[in-house]
Design a binder for this molecule. Structure first.
Ligand code: HEM
Length: 152
């Protein structure tokens, strides 16, 4: 796989989301197995959030942006992508640190990461409401071929 044109890249905005999602699944499952094996469930919230915000949310976002590419290449989609993917490692890292050490000095980083993740979800919500149109509206706006018979 090489020399993709920018156009092809743009047509598949969900791919990077799905690739990151499976990486989160590997980490989440590894933490789950580690908890089970050690019977130490300290990192349970990390396990749940890596799996649900990492794997599930990223994968579903990637599928939405693939099925509806008009939502995947917008400015709001880019804000969603960068805010969430920068916030999540910081959020998981700082929360793991607090859980493992009990040291709350790092809490401001955790709060910033959590707010950023939440804002990224608002960006996605705005993106979907502003840019996800049904087929009729899209056709009416001249953005898709109108396949209805014209009686020509
Ligand atoms: C091989 C894969 C997995 C293993 C070995 C695993 C293992 C575990 C373990 C040991 C716990 C703690 C149970 C307890 O405290 O009694 C747990 C909790 C949990 N897991 Fe998993 N898990 C796996 C995959 C997943 C996936 C894919 C998801 C979500 C997409 C998930 C979501 C959760 C949630 C939401 C909790 C509850 C967290 C909480 O109570 O705070 N897990 N898992």
């Amino acid at each position: 796989m090489h020399s993709h044109s920018a156009q092809q890249e743009q047509a598949q905005p969900g791919i990077v989301w799905i690739k990151l999602a499976v990486l989160y699944l590997v980490v989440g499952v590894a933490i789950g197995i580690g908890m089970g094996a050690s019977q130490d469930f300290t990192l349970r919230p990390i396990h749940a959030h890596v799996n649900l915000l990492g794997w599930a949310t990223l994968a579903i976002s990637g599928l939405i942006y693939t099925v509806f590419p008009q939502t995947g290449t917008t400015r709001l989609a880019r804000i969603h992508f960068w805010l969430l993917n920068l916030a999540l490692p910081l959020m998981m890292g700082s929360l793991a640190y607090v859980l493992l050490t009990g040291d709350v000095q790092i809490l401001p980083a955790l709060v910033i990461a959590e707010i950023s993740a939440a804002v990224s979800i608002l960006a996605m919500t705005a993106n979907i409401f502003l840019n996800l149109q049904n087929r009729k509206e899209t056709a009416a706006a001249g953005m898709a071929p109108d396949v209805s018979p014209r009686g020509a």
